[in-house]
Design a binder for this molecule. Structure first.
Ligand code: SAH
Length: 498
């Protein structure tokens, strides 16, 4: 893989100061992705070119399970375009070899690092999955002159047609920092093959390197979805955060996103699977008054509002900011009066008893319990199952067994930094069964998303329903009554958003 950067800014050899690489020396680096070499094929006062050559070892990557992996042996793991086609490996090399330049710092030329200078980046083999049209739609809005040469699949056999590979030149008067950040994000987006990375912190990286240009880029959705390839639930989260950065576009881009989702994938995302299943269980339960506990930005609330069977809908979250975003995304201030009366957002915590949560038919607690310290989980159990006591409770949580199917999630790591635990199916079922027994519920278990024969589905769901009311005077009802009387009402000092 070869990336060259050329400037004609005078003195052009200052490029060496910006990249922190001396034009007179050839330098090599052992990186996590392979071996990188930086050298200067030309270094004159008028014109200077720095070349970054990256050698990866596809066999080594398969062995270390970092590369395009899969089950067992497959020829594609060993014979593929990864050694020469620009991809996420090159992005990683840019971040590692040109880290200061990517951050926009230069010890010896700090002013120049902030100055737009004439620059051309040339990528010798760029797989443009999406063709030249996509290439242009990604780079031209950022101000680049794009020069692309398409390569035939095999020059000896022109009838085989074109390959997905291009030699690409991108030119503009721009800061080196901006150019490198654009390349860092957009090279993997164009490649759109399996990415070398994908951990939850990829969102952070995307937002960092996409700041500030990505929030207003016309291809924002496509960039986010392809960058976070195969992790659509991450992509939705990233988009939500970009939308925060650029609120005026919220509605517009949500519409686009919906279209994009329908077009791009027949295979729906995990998040969609979850919401669909929650809605159908709620419908089936006949609930009219529904709680969404830990509602975050209101994805489920929006779906609930669309269904007229749900007459009263409450979203509760401990995060003030999340509720503000939910309010904006649901356009609470613009809803017609009848719709507006159906929904309310409450600020509160699930580990404190809260009078406002009593008297509901159903509660959905979607991907929330794993955010609670295990020690607090017991408080949550009582708050929900003993005091709020909705007739139906739907709890979803990750199935940790499935994590091995996320190829690049390092073993032992949770899906999200804020997760305090992730349970196996057995751990979840044991917990849920105990809770159900303790508080007089029955529980059944459902899988969310496609079920893998060995490790189950990515998300697990427990559906609790109150057992039919005990006959007055029996033991269970006495225990409940005593529990109730023993508890002093703690109330809640939470604010109400309305
Ligand atoms: N249910 C949403 C969000 C899941 S993320 C969805 O499926 O998309 C977890 C949410 O739980 C976050 O919004 C977080 O703020 C909220 N949360 C975490 N601890 C909480 C607590 N103690 N009380 C209420 N909400 C909490």
């Amino acid at each position: 893989m070869l990336l060259t950067l050329t400037t004609t800014h005078s003195p052009a050899t200052d490029l060496g100061y910006l990249l922190h690489k001396n034009p007179a020396r050839l330098q090599s680096f052992d990186l996590s992705v392979g071996k990188a070499t930086v050298f200067y094929p030309e270094a004159d006062v008028d014109r200077c070119t720095a070349a970054l050559l990256l050698d990866i070892d596809p066999v080594g990557l398969v062995r270390s399970r970092k590369g395009p992996a899969g089950e067992g042996f497959s020829l594609g793991q060993y014979v593929n375009d990864r050694p020469y086609a620009a991809s996420s490996f090159l992005a990683v090399a840019i971040a590692q070899v040109y880290s200061s330049a990517l951050a926009g710092t230069s010890r010896d030329r700090p002013e120049l690092a902030k100055t737009a200078i004439p620059l051309t980046a040339k990528i010798s083999v760029m797989p443009c999955r999406g063709g030249e049209i996509l290439l242009r739609r990604l780079f031209e809005p950022l101000g680049y002159a794009v020069n692309a040469t398409h390569h035939a699949l095999d020059e000896q056999f022109p009838e085989w047609g074109e390959s997905p590979y291009f030699t690409v030149e991108l030119s503009q008067t721009i800061t080196l920092r901006d150019l490198l950040n654009h390349l860092y994000v957009l090279i993997p987006v164009l490649d759109n093959d399996k990415h070398y990375w994908i951990g939850e912190d990829e969102i952070q990286k995307l937002l960092k390197h996409g700041d500030p240009w990505l929030a207003t880029h016309p291809e924002k959705e496509q960039i986010v979805f392809r960058y976070l390839k195969n992790f659509k639930y991450l992509a939705n989260d990233a988009l939500a955060r970009l939308i925060e950065a650029n609120p005026d576009e919220a509605q517009e881009s949500e519409d686009e996103q919906a279209g994009e989702e329908a077009r791009v994938e027949a295979k729906i995302s995990l998040n969609e699977h979850r919401l669909n299943l929650v809605i159908s269980v709620l419908r089936e339960s006949g609930a009219k008054r529904v709680l969404d506990l830990g509602c975050s930005h209101g994805n489920l609330l929006r779906r609930l509002l669309d269904e007229h069977d749900f007459e009263q809908i409450i979203g509760l979250d401990v995060s003030h900011r999340a509720l503000e975003i939910a309010g904006e995304r649901l356009h609470l201030d613009r809803l017609p009066e009848r719709q507006r009366r159906r929904i309310q957002l409450l600020h509160g915590s699930l580990i404190y008893r809260d009078q406002r949560l009593t008297g509901f038919d159903a509660a959905a607690v979607v991907e929330v319990i794993e955010h609670l310290d295990e020690a607090r989980l017991m408080a949550f159990e009582r708050v929900l199952f003993e005091f709020a006591k909705p007739t139906t409770v739907i709890v979803t949580t990750p199935n940790v067994e499935y994590n091995v199917r996320f190829e690049t999630l390092p073993p032992g790591q949770f899906r999200h930094k804020d997760h305090r635990f992730e349970w196996t199916r057995r751990q979840f079922q044991e917990w849920a069964t105990k809770v159900a027994e303790r508080f007089g519920y029955q529980v059944r278990f459902l899988s969310v998303g496609p079920v893998d024969a060995e490790v189950g589905a990515a998300t697990q769901m427990g559906v609790f329903s109150v057992e039919s009311l005990p006959v007055a005077g029996d033991e269970a009802s006495k225990v409940h009554a005593t529990n109730f009387l023993n508890k002093a009402e703690s109330g809640s000092d939470s604010t109400i958003f309305s």
